[in-house]
Design a protein around this ligand. Sequence first.
Ligand code: NZQ
Ligand code: ZN
Length: 392
Amino acid sequence: MDNFIYDTPTRVYFGKEQEKKVGEILAEYGAKKVLIHYGGGSAVRSGLIGLVEECLKAQGIEYVLLGGVQPNPEIKMVRRGVELCLREGVDFILAVGGGSVMDSAKAIANGAADPSVDPWDYNMGKAQPKKTLRKGCILTLSAAGSEMSNSCVITDEEQSMKRGYGSPMNRMNFAIENPELTYTVDAYQTACGAVDIAMHTIERYFCPGEDTYLTDAIAEAVMKSVRKAGEDCIKNPRDYVARANMMWASSLAHNGLTQCGRAFQLVVHQLEHEVSGMYPKVAHGAGLAALWCSWARYVYQANVPRFLQWSQNVWNVDVNYEHPEETVLRAIDLQENYYRSIGMPTCLSELGVKEEDLETLALRCSRDKTRTLIGYKPLAYEDVLEIFRMAF
Ligand code: NZQ
Ligand code: ZN
């Protein structure tokens, strides 16, 4: 087991009606002027933004509103948010929404804390944020895990380029998680969320590392729980137990718990970010579903025992000890069938990706052939291109 630091500073308020506490919570943090940041309208239609406004007024906390964050959030909106925060003297940011709103809020918080740096430079790795504004969220979609993660993923819409970065500055101070707020999430987004949540843990599970049987057991439980919860949420969108398990899994899958003692890389995420960067209508979870099985078929031979453990413990398949590879391929097929069963794509063409763009996607992912993704099998430009072709 590798050495590790486990640092998850986000305070979680979980359960029914927790959003009604938002005014008191912000008052506890001493917030004076809050930016309430939200998306394309779901949080307005549900009445949640109105409720938040009432809660802040009741505590005498001033606020400004900034809605309109799009899925795969844009740097243009971040820059607008930074300007607004500086003009209005905002000292706390409240994200009300899913991963896109939370990431936009994180980028604004970093940008407003140090206006001498263009926030896109953080995403490009040209600078590291050294300070940030305080921030919290009210989660309305179980998926990205941004509510407890240290990462922030933004798209430069002019270059059709999506980039994420990790930093301790990207942690939310608090996350309000009421599963009932996700009852209105449609079947497609719910399925995208189930894929993304599981993937945050699957990717960590398939990172180099030894002797982490506790971490492995937690990871396998997350993967199985999300599968069940996702299916149950799709069957009955108002199933509280299923929505609650999805939401908690969203936070645990990506807060670092399922990587303790193992190396950390999100390889398939790197492939997917190129896809949803170039095709902004592609939902991140759907992009992951279209890619993961091809990645697994490409790399599994580099660590058959690990894939076998996953096949047994997560898919409960009988092992063919003479031909363990056959068992692994069977489990990957099961994963693919599961994606189909919840309405997720299993190839890039289903997402509208054009064959002639595969080389550009691979070039971008390999940073013009200068970057090799590290994992059980190093993936240079040619490998990445081959995976994109297999997934097409
Ligand atoms: O914009 P509104 O109208 O609110 O609608 C949203 C959006 O259209 C809708 N929605 C959200 N809550 C809802 C709802 N609809 C009905 N009822 C509700 N309660 O859902 C749509 C998708 O929202 P979005 O926030 O884009 O989805 P998600 O949470 O999957 O976030 C995706 C973004 O997060 C990034 C992705 O790359 C993508 O940009 N990620 C961020 C990560 C992080 N910061 O740790 C990790 C992830 O791997 C991921 O890369
Ligand atoms: Zn993800």
